[in-house]
Write a protein that binds this ligand. Sequence first.
Ligand code: ZN
Length: 201
Amino acid sequence: MTTPMEGSSIQIVSFPHPTLRHKSKPVRRVDAELVQIVREMFRLMYANNGIGLAANQVDLPLRLFIVNLSAKPDEGEEFVFINPVLSKPKGNEEFEEGCLSFPELYGPVTRPKQITVQAYNLRGEEIRMNLDGMLARVIQHEYDHLDGTVFVDRMTPTARAKAQPMLDEFELGLRALRQTGAVPGDDVIASRLAQWEQRYA
Ligand code: ZN
């Protein structure tokens, strides 16, 4: 179990952890601890071979996510998107997605092929990018997390039905973690999130 302001002990939460359904709040300030948390998010993402990770996947209610398409610490480009805004979606494309909060689950999701993202990095500099391909895909997936939307929400009914047995297993997994106290009750989670929001949002 983690205590509220212990930034270095963050971990990835799995579906259906309630924070994954929380609508994240805009970040109003960046301090040394938040920089440290983002560094830790990269470490967790690489350790799990991920290419994107949103703050609420590590139980933080803030509008930020990270991306590195190489999934490796010494390759590719590391992006931090704070308070992102997506616009100008164009086209449609189906692609097989996975998510670090849904270990081993993959399924087809249709999303716009191109997108424009505007955001800020950790230094407060504005980022504006017109994207397509994998980067456009990942950014839309991560952006969804900030609104409490997960990729299974966007699957077709057929794909969702195929995923259902694994979703049921995730449900049982969370129940077991709650029985051991590894995941606290909803009220404790809600008050933790409120403390983080008070500090950064
Ligand atoms: Zn995800």
